[in-house]
Design a binder for this molecule. Structure first.
Ligand SMILES: *Cc1c(COP(=O)(O)O)cnc(C)c1O
Length: 317
């Protein structure tokens, strides 16, 4: 069903799943802050697990250390467009009898073990913000689920908690998907596959042609279908100097994300993995993203690669 944006899709889904005050939701600290905010807005408490340094997505071993008696759900983010370890997380959630929920805002059409992301969790939340792999011309979002009751509650929550016209059973909100955005998304949807293929091509070129001792691209998954390359992320111990040097070559690199959710001053009550979040902290200090949208020309891609490879090797010590 359509919702006004991705943040609302997570919040409405959590509330429709009965998650609220007193409940804990385990999630990643390395994500758009909206993931954390949605948990807080439904009154639940976020618990932060560490990432797998290889994928930058949730590490199931750390999630296992975070699960406590009040834990009701794990909210996984398929970060940068890469399907997280859904096998490990599904097993863990089944074992503890808690819900798996998927934040698919960056991973439209990514596949895990032959099945699309979004089909593993109790529900999945999607964003069609203009910068996402499938974007509208303004804010837009969606929630998908196989659970009829959850879908029914979510439909009411997004429409003032209304059951029948002018009868309100739930304290809802207004989070309808604007119809002009919906119409635009329907027109754009057929292009998603070719856009994703183009992103894969660009990622493969970056991966195979960028060669510099200070630049360490995140690895590509063995199954190419499991990554839709919302972002192309590298790590570097000299990240901040590299951003400046690339800008001088006309290449604008961004940082996703400079701060973990645990470092945001807006964050309220929360817990973290008792063993800390060393991988997430290390990643946030070193990560940066190169341009990868599907309309980059071959010349522009070559220019980015050239800018990376021509960075001085000794400048940054
Ligand atoms: C963009 C994004 C959101 C929020 O979506 P909005 O439509 O901007 O509210 C949530 N989670 C992740 C991982 C995102 O990238």
């Amino acid at each position: 069903m359509g919702l006004a944006n991705g943040l609302d899709a997570i919040e409405v889904g959590l509330r429709a799943a009965g998650i609220g005050p007193g409940a804990e939701v385990v999630t990643t600290p390395l994500t758009a802050y909206a993931t954390t905010l949605a948990i807080e807005r439904c009154g639940a408490i976020p618990v932060f697990a560490d990432i797998d340094p290889e994928t930058a997505c949730l590490d199931p071993a750390s999630v296992a250390r975070c699960v406590g008696p009040d834990t009701r759900a794990v909210l996984v983010v398929h970060l940068y467009g890469r399907a997280a370890d859904l096998t490990g997380l599904t097993n863990l959630c089944d074992f503890h009898d808690i819900l798996l929920i998927e934040d698919c805002a960056q991973a439209h059409a990514a596949i895990h073990s032959g099945r699309p992301v979004g089909s593993f969790g109790k529900f999945a939340a999607w964003s069609f913000y203009p910068t996402k792999n499938l974007g509208a011309l303004g804010d837009a979002g969606a929630l998908t689920t196989n659970d009829r009751d959850l879908a029914d509650r979510a439909r009411r929550l997004r429409n003032y908690g209304q059951t029948d016209r002018y009868h309100h059973d739930l304290p809802g909100m207004n989070s309808r998907l604007d119809e002009l955005q919906a119409a635009l998304l329907l027109e754009r949807l057929p292009y998603l596959h070719s856009w994703t293929q183009r992103r894969r091509q660009i990622a493969l070129r970056y991966w195979s042609e960028i060669c510099h001792p200070l630049l360490h691209p995140l690895s590509l998954p063995s199954d190419p279908d499991s990554h839709v390359h919302h972002l192309f992320v590298l790590l570097s111990p000299a990240r901040d100097d590299i951003l400046l040097a690339l800008e001088k070559h006309g290449v604008k690199a961004l940082v996703h994300y400079p701060l973990l959710s645990t470092e945001q001053t807006a964050l309220g009550t929360h817990r973290i993995d008792p063993e800390g979040l060393p991988n997430a902290h290390n990643h946030a200090r070193q990560c940066f993203s190169l341009p990868i949208h599907p309309y980059l020309s071959d010349d522009e891609i070559a220019q980015v690669i050239q800018a990376c490879n021509s960075l001085p090797e000794a400048l940054f010590d």
